[in-house]
Design a protein around this ligand. Structure first.
Ligand code: FEO
Length: 396
């Protein structure tokens, strides 16, 4: 944005655009850049800023604020979430807003204490606490883990204006500022953003979305990307749909790699044992499945079993990538198993065990490891591994 934009009576967008950003948080590609949205809400007696912007964009942000009011007159800075793309300018801003009180959740206040190394006035707020601005009231809605433990939303009571921070946003820096001014691909980018940042917290998302039921949303103002004025419920309902638990019976997924077919034969034996015990088993050769399919399968399954060869004393990279997805999805449980064929060393099973235990997985059966072409007793062990894990699944 270049300059502040009035988006309602006494309500301004004072954030900045970052269209050139190509990677967010050193993690996620941002094909359309991003924006760091900050808002100014003015009541009859008090004014509040909702979130700030990345520190490197502070000067532009301050100019936007100053074009509307004297920063020295700002009463509150609400921190919906303390990640530095929103709180990075806070320390700088407070130098220009000497009477401003920082309003935040307990977790956000704690995190800010580790980011800002000088004293500042603050007020801790909880779910449904109110803040009077004179003729208009802010209400805080706790939304932990969307996507940090500190996250909350801020509502303007009775006006249908929601400042949702990261939730419902997109890394999307378009020509205008409103969603209805953007091309049709905005929802797709919103889904990509959800998959990158939010997907691991589906239950929390459903809880937070439920708190918005019964509120007529007229303006949904996230901290990244366009603002929704028409159909402001659209991204909220999309989040609800994307976060629904999958229906279906008890399921086990087997993710495997098999350069010479031996680990695949072990996977078949594991599947046989589990199927005979009465669960549905999906065998997934990870090089023949998309990332999306693998993540969906992880979320649909009650237990995850990994079959992995050892290459150069290590887990091969495609399997490391699959293991990295574990922290990006909402798992139904933490039950697992491990097996694999190897040539001359065989470290992969032990390394998998360390990784899964590090993710709090319960491994009811020791891993089954066999050199080159497994002998019949190794296949029998694989069947037993599948059977025992299936029995554990059926107990749940
Ligand atoms: Fe946009 Fe979690 O910061």
């Amino acid at each position: 944005m270049s300059g502040a934009v009035e988006i309602g009576k006494g309500l301004y967008l004072i954030g900045v655009k970052d269209p050139g950003l190509t990677v967010f948080d050193d993690l996620f590609p941002t094909q359309y850049g991003t924006t760091y949205n900050s808002y100014l809400v003015r009541g009859a007696t008090h004014s509040a800023i909702i979130d700030t912007v990345k520190a490197k964009r502070f000067d532009e942000f301050l100019a936007n604020l100053t074009s509307i009011m004297d920063p020295a007159e700002v009463d509150y800075v609400v921190v919906n979430h303390s990640e530095p793309d929103h709180s990075g300018s806070l320390s700088l801003l407070l130098k220009h807003c000497p009477k401003a009180v920082v309003v935040a959740s307990q977790a956000a206040r704690t995190f800010l204490g580790n980011q800002i190394h000088h004293p500042f006035e603050s007020r801790i707020v909880k779910d449904n606490d109110l803040l009077e601005l004179g003729g208009r009231t802010l209400r805080f809605v706790s939304a932990p883990h969307l996507h940090w433990p500190d996250t909350m939303f801020t509502l303007i009571e009775g006006e249908g204006v929601l400042f949702s921070c990261d939730a419902f946003g997109a890394h999307y820096s378009g020509e205008g500022i409103y969603a209805d001014e953007m091309p049709d691909n905005l929802l797709g980018e919103t889904r990509f953003y959800y998959d990158c940042l939010m997907r691991a917290f589906k239950e929390r998302i459903l809880n937070a979305v439920a708190k918005l039921d019964g509120i007529e949303l007229k303006l949904l103002a996230p901290s990244h990307g366009p603002i929704y004025r028409a159909d402001a419920r659209k991204p909220v309902e999309a989040y609800r749909t994307w976060s629904q638990p999958k229906a279906g019976g008890k399921r086990i997924a087997i993710f495997y790699l098999s350069p010479h077919g031996n680990t695949e034969k072990m996977a078949e034996a594991v599947a046989k044992g589990a199927t005979q015990a009465g669960v549905v088993v999906t065998q997934c050769h990870i090089n023949h499945a998309s990332v999306s399919d693998i993540r969906d399968l992880m979320e649909e399954s009650d237990a995850l079993i990994f079959g992995c060869p050892t290459i150069n004393r290590d887990i091969p990279k495609p399997m490391w990538d699959v293991l990295a997805y574990l922290s990006t999805v909402s798992l139904k449980g933490n039950l697992g198993g491990i097996f694999g064929s190897f040539g001359w060393s065989g470290e992969a099973c032990r390394m998998l065990e360390d990784r899964l235990k590090g993710m709090n997985f319960k491994l009811p059966v020791p891993f089954v490891r066999a050199p080159f072409m497994p002998k019949p007793e190794a296949f029998a062990d694989c069947e037993a591994l599948g059977r025992v894990i299936a029995e554990e699944v059926l107990k749940k």
